[in-house]
Design a protein around this ligand. Structure first.
Ligand code: DAH
Length: 340
């Protein structure tokens, strides 16, 4: 009897059930009225009296074990059945494909390009990792110019110097090396400077460069072109002024200011109470730059300008913190999209 109980217990523990048929077999063999366990109870009367207590307990434990396993199998089969035939709720609404929105800087870049395209400019670009020649030397930066120093420029390699371009003016050089005048080109792109990130500065930002080279190009053409741009970009009432300045690659050079859009020139925090805000630099291409790029400096003249895309976007939409452009806050991007 004891052997039969042990054998049955071992069977019970080892047996696995995964289908409804196997479950029924299990039930008949261990639980039903004609089961092997029921059979043990039948034979119980033949157990010698002094063993009855112990054997009785063993058979009862076996019965409980069988029931326990049976319940587990039912639960297992039910879950797997549910998973296999998981009902699809066809009335549920679809998962919306969230449409992204155009980044404000992209939007500004596209607007700028459109305005200049109408004036006959094409679009060109150059690498973000630039050599010293294209970023500095060809643009007439003297050897000891502060812009070459470590605090401004990210160097990838030294001697020969490879840098992250500090401005899009490097594309001017690349275009002039590869094309003959007349040239009218716009070069938007990412630039890098070793600056601490704040509301007003970032180590990665965007510029758009313009270059116009032909015979008889004058400072008047520069002023006309940028004047037209300012009105198209910021509105017909926008005023523009040129402030004398210095850049190694232009002579004469001028800073471009527009009348403050926020206070309309009356004076506020944004324009530091001057009524004017700077949007970039410009000037007549220095003949030495033409020579460096293999363009006849006697025959051709030209103008160039470079403007900050972040700056223009901030002025146009009155955004007061540069970091918003890179934080990826969907609420900011969506609210911007409603303004375009
Ligand atoms: N590259 C200058 C800067 O990043 C901006 C600039 C000034 C560009 C004058 C020009 C220019 O093309 O003519 O500060």
């Amino acid at each position: 009897m004891k052997d039969a109980i042990e054998k049955l217990k071992k069977n019970l523990q080892e047996l696995e059930v995964s289908t409804a048929e196997q479950l029924e077999e299990f039930r008949m063999r261990f639980i039903g009225r004609k089961s092997e366990i029921a059979g043990l109870f039948g034979k119980f009367k033949d157990v010698p009296a002094e063993q009855k207590k112990e054997v009785g307990q063993q058979i009862n434990a076996l019965k409980e074990l069988a029931q326990e396993r049976f319940n587990t199998f039912i639960a297992q089969i039910n879950t797997s059945k549910f998973q296999a035939n998981k009902p699809h709720d066809l009335t549920l609404p679809g998962r919306p494909d969230e449409l992204g929105s155009i980044h404000p800087l992209t939007h500004t870049r596209m607007r700028i390009i459109k305005i200049f395209e109408r004036m006959g400019f094409n679009v060109s670009d150059g690498p973000e990792i630039e050599d010293d020649w294209h970023n500095f030397t060809a643009l007439n930066f003297p050897e000891n110019h502060p812009a070459r120093e470590m605090q401004d420029t990210f160097f990838i390699e030294k001697n020969p110097d490879i840098t992250l371009r500090t401005h899009t003016s490097s594309v001017q050089v690349r275009v002039m090396e590869n094309q003959k005048p007349p040239i009218r080109t716009l070069s938007p792109g990412r630039v890098f400077r070793n600056e601490a990130i704040s509301a007003r500065a970032h180590c990665v930002f965007h510029q758009v460069e313009g270059l116009f080279v032909d015979e008889n190009v004058s400072f008047k053409d520069l002023k006309d072109t940028l004047y037209h741009f300012a009105k198209e970009m910021f509105g017909q009432h926008t005023k523009i002024r040129f402030r004398p300045s210095f850049f190694p690659f232009t002579e004469p050079s001028a800073e471009i200011d527009i009348s403050c859009l926020i206070c309309k020139g009356k004076g506020c925090n944004i324009c530091k109470h001057t009524g004017w805000v700077e949007i970039g630099g410009s000037g007549m291409v220095d003949p030495q730059v033409f020579i460096n790029c293999g363009i006849d400096a006697e025959k051709y003249t030209g103008f160039a300008f470079g403007m900050g895309i972040e700056r223009i976007t901030m002025l146009r939409y009155q955004i007061n913190d540069l970091r918003l452009f890179t934080e990826n806050d969907v609420r900011f991007l969506q609210s911007m999209n409603q303004l375009y």
